[in-house]
Design a protein around this ligand. Structure first.
Ligand code: AMP
Length: 211
C-alpha cells in the first residue's frame, strides 16, 4: 500500500477518510492536529495559538512528527494535516530521503468553502480516539447520542470548530497550504478529488492506494 498525504482545507473529511483506511487496511493515521492538541493539554501558549486557528511553528510540528515516523518501520501511513506549508513539504522531502522512504500519493480533497463552514459547526469528535461525527449527516451520526461508536467515550466540539476560528483557519489554508497543490502537481504526485461526500470519495481513493 502507498503512503498517503491528505491535502485539504479544514473539515474536508481528512479525519474520516483516514479512519476508514486505518480500519480497512491497517494504515497508521498520523494527524499533526491531534498530536498538537495532545501537546496543548500541557502547554497554554500552544493551546492559545490553536484556538485562534493559527499555524504552529515547524519546529514544534516536526518534533511531534519525526519521532512517530521513525518508529513506523515499513507500515504504510497517512499524513492528515501535514505538510501545511511549502517549507514543511521541503523538510519532509529531506526526511524521506534520509529514511529512504517513498512519498506515495498526495490526495487533494477539493471541497467548497460554504460546505466546509456548515460541517465545522455540526462536527463532533471523540475526546479519546478522535473519530469524527456529524450531527447533520445520518451516515456520520453516532449510534448512541454523544457517545463514540468505537470506544464509548464522550463526543465534544473542538475548541477551534467555531465559525470565526474557521475563517482564520481557512485563510491560513489559502495563503500557506494551497500552494502545495502546485508543488505536488509538478512532482506528478497529486490526484484531485472534487466530490464532497465520503461515500463517493472512498471508492476513488481505493483506486489510488495500491502499489
Ligand atoms: P487539524 O486538526 O488538522 O485541523 O489542525 C488543527 C490545528 O493544529 C491547526 O489549525 C493548526 O493550528 C495546528 N496544526 C496542525 N497541523 C499543523 C501543521 N502541519 N503545521 C502547523 N500547524 C498545524
Amino acid at each position: 500500500m502507498k503512503n498517503i498525504i491528505l491535502l485539504a482545507p479544514p473539515a474536508a473529511g481528512k479525519g474520516t477518510l483516514s479512519d476508514m483506511l486505518k480500519k480497512e487496511f491497517g494504515y497508521v493515521a498520523l494527524s499533526t492536529g491531534d498530536m498538537l492538541r495532545e501537546k496543548a493539554c500541557h502547554d497554554e501558549t500552544l493551546k492559545a495559538l490553536m484556538q485562534k486557528g493559527e499555524l504552529i511553528s515547524d519546529e514544534i510540528v516536526f518534533e511531534a512528527l519525526e519521532e512517530k515516523l521513525e518508529t513506523l518501520g515499513n507500515q504504510p501511513y497517512i499524513l492528515d494535516g501535514f505538510p501545511r506549508t511549502i517549507a514543511q513539504a521541503q523538510m519532509y522531502d529531506d526526511i524521506l530521503n534520509k529514511l529512504g522512504r517513498d512519498l506515495g500519493v498526495v490526495i487533494y480533497l477539493d471541497v467548497d468553502k460554504m460546505e466546509l463552514a456548515n460541517r465545522i459547526t455540526t462536527r463532533l469528535v471523540c475526546d479519546k480516539c478522535k473519530r469524527s461525527y456529524s450531527t447533520r449527516n445520518k451516515d456520520l451520526l453516532p449510534k448512541v447520542e454523544n457517545t463514540c461508536d468505537d470506544c464509548n467515550s464522550v463526543l465534544i466540539q473542538r475548541e477551534d470548530d467555531k465559525l470565526e476560528v474557521f475563517e482564520k483557519r481557512y485563510s491560513e489554508y489559502l495563503e500557506k497550504t494551497s500552494p502545495l497543490i502546485n508543488y505536488y502537481e509538478e512532482k506528478g504526485k497529486l490526484v484531485s478529488i472534487t466530490k464532497s461526500d465520503i461515500h463517493e470519495i472512498y471508492p476513488l481513493v481505493l483506486e489510488l492506494i495500491h502499489d
